[in-house]
Ligand binder design. Structure first.
Ligand code: ZN
Length: 87
């Protein structure tokens, strides 16, 4: 599974087999958060494992991401589909 990291955290250290970085299509999304520990910075880099690099070379561009710490996404403060505060 691919790992999403901010520029500061960079290459995943727990598993040294990651290669990259690769970049999200259309640029990074500030709501997608770095997967390392308690880091809260936007994930600007995507790191791939060997089998994913093979898929990438074969034209695949869609990957599941974030092994360590799980996928993190930053939400807006207000949910526009409710009256304001989510219930
Ligand atoms: Zn980070």
């Amino acid at each position: 599974m691919a790992a999403a990291r901010c520029k500061e955290c960079g290459k995943p250290t727990r598993d040294r087999s990651y290669t990259g970085p690769f970049y999200p299509a259309g640029g990074s999304n500030p709501a997608i958060i770095c997967g390392r520990g308690s880091c809260e910075e936007p994930a600007e880099e995507i790191w791939l494992k060997e089998e994913e690099i093979t898929r990438y070379r074969n034209g695949d561009r869609i990957f599941d991401f974030n092994t360590f710490g799980g996928g993190k996404i930053k939400l807006a403060d207000v949910n526009p589909t409710t009256t304001g505060t989510p219930t």
